[in-house]
Ligand binder design. Structure first.
Ligand code: ZN
Length: 206
């Protein structure tokens, strides 16, 4: 690869990073906007409408879904904000994936395990059998890219399912648009991370 191509990759990665920071600022801002029409009491009825009432919601300091514990974590430290409610709809999207048995969350768990075990194995080979560092980085990089590519597909699908829930909640027209932007920005942030990593990976291998 010539210098111009490397320069373009570096500029592109900086742009991805800036976009990522911009998205985080937007998330922070939407996490200050409390929505008056959604609270603790509305959680169960929403789960009932989606027919995922076997899922338990915990109000703690992070947003996530565990397919094994059938548990949604919702971060409400700033209250029921546009950001926290949208994140909740996103996690409900993951729960719906499980209900539909789409297998996406399980494939993601599998690629994560593959990435983790593969990395340990390759690093051990490098240390014990003096496996070339360059090759080790190449294979670890491939494992990470595969895992992130699966993650992007999984998140894109969960965000699509989150957008479908907008119509069953009393969003104002403005909040509805902001919620749509948020769900798209979640997917974009994962794509940014994948792009950033892929660029670093290519630059390292040069
Ligand atoms: Zn997600």
């Amino acid at each position: 690869m010539d210098q111009t191509a490397a320069m373009i990759l570096i500029i592109f990665s900086v742009l991805c990073l800036l976009l990522h920071i911009g998205l985080m600022v937007y998330w922070h801002w939407t996490n200050k906007k409390t929505v008056p029409w959604f609270g603790r009491d509305d959680i169960d009825s929403h789960l009932n409408v989606l027919e995922i009432s076997d899922v338990t919601v915990f109000l703690i300091n992070k947003n996530s879904f565990s397919p094994f514990a059938k548990r949604i974590n919702m971060d409400t430290r700033k209250g029921f904000t546009l950001y926290s409610v949208t994140s909740f709809l996103h996690e409900c999207g993951h729960a719906l994936q499980e209900k539909d048995d789409s297998g996406l969350t399980r494939i993601r768990t599998f690629t994560y395990a593959m990435q983790l075990l593969g990395t340990i194995g390759i690093l051990a080979s490098t240390i014990v059998y003096s496996y070339p560092i360059h090759n080790a980085v190449f294979f670890i990089g491939i494992l990470i890219v595969i895992h992130y590519a699966v993650t992007v597909m999984n998140e894109w699908d969960a965000n699509k399912k989150a957008r479908k829930q907008i119509s069953i909640l009393p969003f104002s027209p403005k909040e509805r648009i902001q919620c749509m932007i948020l769900t798209h920005s979640y997917t974009l942030s994962y794509m940014n991370l994948l792009t950033l990593f892929a660029i670093c990976f290519i630059l390292f291998l040069l």
